[in-house]
Write a protein that binds this ligand. Sequence first.
Ligand code: NAD
Length: 253
Amino acid sequence: MSSPSPEDITGHLILVTGAGSGIGRAIASLLLTRGAVVAACDKNLEALDEFKAQSQSPNLHIYGIDFLSEESINDCVKKVENDLGGIHGGINCVGILGENGSKAEDVDIANFDLVYQINLRGALIFTKALLKGMSDRGYGRILHLASISGKDGNPLLVSYSATKAGLIGMVKSIGKEYATSGVTVNAMAPALIETPILEGFSDSTLAFLKSKIPMNRFGTVSEVALLAAWIISPACSFTTGFTFDLSGGRAVY
Ligand SMILES: NC(=O)c1ccc[n+]([C@@H]2O[C@H](COP(=O)([O-])OP(=O)(O)OC[C@H]3O[C@@H](n4cnc5c(N)ncnc54)[C@H](O)[C@@H]3O)[C@@H](O)[C@H]2O)c1
């Protein structure tokens, strides 16, 4: 019998947060078609129920999680492990845009705190919850959805850009720290991808952001999912602490 391809994730248990919508849901759906067991987590339980009903896959398991609560994140990871076993991969697609369109001098600090808590603090708590089990088992793949805003900065989007830059720094630090453990920690930095999150942008901001993309189009969730499925597989074995670009040529670094 031939040995499995390094991209094979059949039977791998992958926890996907933010799986109720957009990028997270597209990644979870692709992983199911590749034979993975998926723990789809989100605070939007209605969206998860609808995903389960639509998918009908016995390998799809749904869980509530709230990134504003440390206890909720830890409980969710523990519950998935108790129900389904050791987690091979964790993909974090929770994120909010928060306020946009305000100049930095007018930015609402309460809104910054909310964006920070969900986009960065929650991401660290989630990573913490996965690391011990994965490093004890000597294998793991962790992937965060950062953004081009974190790499390049976007005007009138300071809270989102700052938290996504923080996520990139977090991944660099933890990736190096766990480099010999068998656990990789990476991020992706997409430019605009067509999902419901875009409803938070004004038309003029959307037009501005599109104009910055040399391919002159938004990305698709399927393009994000295909790259994520590779990063989360055993094939992606010599890259950690890295932020993969997915920006139609906007950021070539
Ligand atoms: N769509 C884009 O253009 C784009 C570009 C770059 C990066 N990203 C990032 O990709 C990720 C996914 O974005 P998307 O476009 O699919 O957005 P989306 O709004 O479609 O999905 C985000 C999901 O996160 C969930 N969520 C929000 N707050 C939560 C909380 N407190 N606890 C748990 N779940 C919560 C929502 O219920 C939703 O299902 C985000 O981190 C986003 O910043 C998106």
